[in-house]
Write a new protein. Structure first.
Lengths: 244, 244, 244, 244, 244, 244
């Protein structure tokens, strides 16, 4: 099985971390192609960055599908461009936020998402409502920038840990979801320290896309994910041909 | 008052229709700058087209703000790029879907959105849930392409009318919201024919942005709409400087 | 444009404050008729006062419509009698709570309503659920009586400010909605002090009714707001003729 | 036990029907005082009629409490004036819509409310949302005027029955709630004919108020139902003294 | 009237307490048969205990119905086995959690459930969502074991009281629901101390089943509560004949 | 990896079908132990059957865990006993309904569950609300008994197909979830015929439990799934020792 894992920001260091996590989690026979677009923001922190990450992301999804990838993971916790990618591709596509909250709901009642910056709380709350877990999941922010997660200082890790403890002790969270792809390397040590399940979206996404591909399930083309219609796309925004 | 109305697709004919509607609705002292980006899809029909419309849209929002526009309307019923535009701009920004459903809820209990293609129902249902009107608003599609609305055939208008009647007679809709910017010229004749309020998002958006500007209300920068942080944007995706 | 603004309590001082706010906010050509009924409670603090304010309010709505007003604002934050007024009148009618929360949702994600007495929290929470914003809006009370707002002491203003700060810092509110018509004069100074948008319902209501009248939108008569049926009304309760 | 049952409209014939139903349902030792205000509309069909029924209703609640009634039922299916009555009285007060839906949810999963006129659907849907049963209860109208229920023609009864059958066969309703106090005499024959539980609000309200009085439970005065504050009430609207 | 009250755990002391409460609350002519199964857990603290309590509970429901009981109360606050009991029996069956929250919603806006152990919070939150009161009811735990309620120490009672105070002062609760059948004897003294209504599910259940029986209302057999179909039940799990 | 798949009814033929499906879907290195309890109902059709299936199911979960199974799937679409099994076991446990709806939500917007008998609609609707997909998923019944699925007649398959078509054409379903473990063998042929994804819960459950086990995620013991407390269990109901 050949899977595409796209980090939609342009930080190669984060892509390497994501690739390592994905490879550690995938099945023996699975090949992971982890990459990031050549264009777009260095990190995704809020709605604006998301918007500029999507065209490059979609180009990578299209290219990956064209060269034979059987499924794709979008490795940004905002599930950036997920709906557009599902409409574009014939292969199944999952986001890491949706993947993490689905798995979290299988091992816990209440749980919490602990993310980076406060500005990311509103978009993630919008996602928890869409995914139907808002009444069991609170979103907290640790005030750590995304790129600071590459080599987190003890102080940054401490702020993250503090929010986890507040979630468990104050909100009744029974599990922690890591709210940024850049936190993937911290999952194991946090789980050991906290004593509750800690769910990382990158590995959750890999397992769920393996599940879909393994079962032959592809995105339905019967509704909102119908193939894009053929039409003119002016300017430099569309470097590949939609299969209308 | 100087207002920006951006048609996020690249169809100049639709921009002209939108401009005419906006000017017919604005207050005496209001100046409308209606335009569309130079890059992006010819029409927005589903998630994929949305993704490619956003960068050009944001460029126009930034440029409009820079040259003195005091508020902006995004004239696509998917409220394409709305969150990103709010994060980018200091001036207030409204979408035409949100504007229409807010006004509809002031003149009716239940109401319906009648849109173009079936593929647009899921994204619009996502919006009605976000805007808190899902339990009073059903979305219906008339199976008419967006660009076919420029010069609608009697048959296309008939299909639109049929869905309006089904909404009123079958769903208990007390008002109709037109689910595409391209329908703006049809509002008056449909209202006369149907006997219930017919709300067009373009003029609704103009009145609501006039309200916000008139009251000096601007997007809060305290949460998810905080200014984008300064960071590298690789490639051609970012033709203007975010005010980090 | 000629608009009616009814303060449904019988405090003439509050009516004067409301009138001033309404006139400061309306468009150049708009004429504001601000008044209060001759009968009813001196202030509206809870469900009981609301009940006795409604008949006098409806009489004023009917009289205003009869003498040519084109739209009406009910200037009590409980949106007292709003449904009945919509059923009675052919002209559009808005409440100041619904107006404020609609505008707030255009400039902020989460926001808070700060009202007067704790007893008003439950009715306002019922309204936020009806208006579809309960998951993004918390209601707080400052423990200040309605009539104490006419000449608020520094101590009363301080209590109001404290609740605003708690909402912003503790609840993640990105904007403040003033939860009483009597707070209208405080909006500008609070906004300056708090650094987030502060939305007053009186001016919000004026702008929204201007929008509806400007667009020719009237309350739908197809459902719950159908004209009252002709029938006997015994006693002194009905000083005007319903148009059955 | 001495209970007050107020029909908030001024139709004496309907009050007699309600009284008979209440007496048939109450416990052996219970005394029913069934009455209607001297002022107000002849029937309650929509928001406007509700508004004019409330002051007279509240006067009767206050008088009933003063002369020793221990609990009160508001016998209009719109639960007219219920919140205000709870704030006014020390004795517990229930509405017949809330009573019926609470009992219905004890004997059925999905159920339906079948009411009189289409204009009553929106206010009843608002109630089903408030009472937390909207996802299991649909509201249907039989197009029969309230006062026509005093001596229903076979044709009117047929229309009612047709909506019951549609609810059971089409909506999966497992029980029927009669959506008007004037339908109380029809409950037994409809239940026999339909083969599912048929719940009448009048008798449901009597049993629930008996339950509350029997257990010594009174309306909490800690929140929104706090006693009205003492203040001037101008005009003829307030014929009794609130206990501030 | 002859009513069955089943304590689904096997603690005879708790059954005696429940019986006393039920008898103190029922009408003059009502005969209470209070009992517990011979098999099952000594107390029900969480999902696992529930599962083992159900078969014995159902056997008692079937036996009670067979010997002439006209209605049944399941006296465990988890509403253990309620759906299965409703499917099994022709007579109406109520749980004490649903009974308590229905009555609480008649005398208060917001209210709180105060239960025993933290592990019971998730199942009770699931119930408050099912019963439609989740947005007005918070669940709190006092960290007191169920069987410790038989002779509560002052320290245990103090912890219970502390949670009640936090609910009233911090959450805006206007009434307290006791979240365990074993708390029934504490209701009166807590109500006196707290100054708000305190609702015990055991007596609430008795009054609601009296109401249903009094009105001749039985569980609908039209949907999910249809009679069990005749089929083989292997092993020792089914000591009575389902009426297929 | 060694996985337990428990069919909670006592039909060995259905267990064989489930085993075959599970083995066809699992990864190369996975060993499937598929079995059913020796005690309990021959099929699970409604709440009553569920209750009697749970004790035997739990015994199998405990035995499977004791002999080294690393994860468990409960292969009944009612997710029978799922919460109790999660509390009992240290290994992760998933139900096939939750598994199917999680995967369905990754490949479709709206979708439908098509189940066997109408009596199963209410319990499944309760599950879709718990799992947060009620607003995008409708439940339909084909009127086919569970055991009739072992060798479905063309007429039975036709009824199933008809409900699938109604869901797709009438409800806007973009995918079909098979609402009974006994339908697993029909998935492939239905998907081919319908042209949309068809999701079977048995294979979905296998892939999700593989994902959890692969990632080392186990049920959180911090909340409602805490280990059962040690206590007496009277009678024959508890054939194994809970690990208190």
């Amino acid at each position: 099985m050949r899977l595409l894992v796209v980090n939609p920001n342009t930080s190669a260091a984060m892509t390497a971390t994501i690739a390592a996590a994905a490879r550690s989690a995938c099945a023996a026979g699975t090949e992971i192609e982890a990459l990031n677009p050549a264009m777009g923001p260095a990190s995704i922190e809020g709605y604006y960055d998301e918007a500029f990450a999507v065209p490059g992301l979609l180009a990578e999804i299209a290219a990956g599908e064209a060269r034979g990838c059987e499924g794709a993971v979008i490795a940004c916790f905002d599930d950036t461009g997920l709906d557009a990618a599902r409409a574009l591709a014939a292969i199944p596509v999952v986001g890491i936020c949706e993947s993490a909250v689905h798995l979290a709901s299988l091992v816990a009642g209440r749980f919490a998402i602990v993310t980076t910056l406060a500005r990311s709380i509103p978009p993630l709350e919008t996602l928890t409502r869409r995914y139907g877990v808002a009444d069991r999941c609170r979103v907290r922010a640790a005030d750590v920038a995304v790129l600071a997660l590459e080599h987190p200082t003890p102080e940054a890790r401490g702020r993250l840990l503090e929010q986890c403890h507040r979630a468990i002790d104050g909100d009744g969270a029974e599990a922690i979801v890591l709210g940024c792809a850049g936190m993937t390397a911290l999952a194991a040590s946090l789980a050991a320290e906290l004593g509750v399940p800690v769910i990382d979206g990158v590995v959750a996404g890999v397992k769920l896309i393996e599940a879909l591909v393994g079962l032959g399930l592809r995105t339905s083309k019967a509704g909102g994910y119908a193939r894009p219609l053929a039409k003119p796309y002016l300017g430099l925004m569309e470097p590949f041909t939609p299969r209308g």
